[in-house]
Ligand binder design. Sequence first.
Ligand SMILES: [Zn+2]
Length: 59
Amino acid sequence: MSRKAKTSGGGKLPSERPSKLCAACGRPFSWRKKWERDWEQVRYCSDRCRAVGKGKAGA
Ligand SMILES: [Zn+2]
């Protein structure tokens, strides 16, 4: 086993990933693997924020 300095593991750099602002908490969040299919429809950074965002309309 030799210790070699690895250059980036072949994935995208975090800084190259797209990001959005959460519609509920207003904070920026980054692309995640689980959103790769419907990133364009993602509006909230988490399930919790999604619940908050939906809850607003119902009251
Ligand atoms: Zn949020």
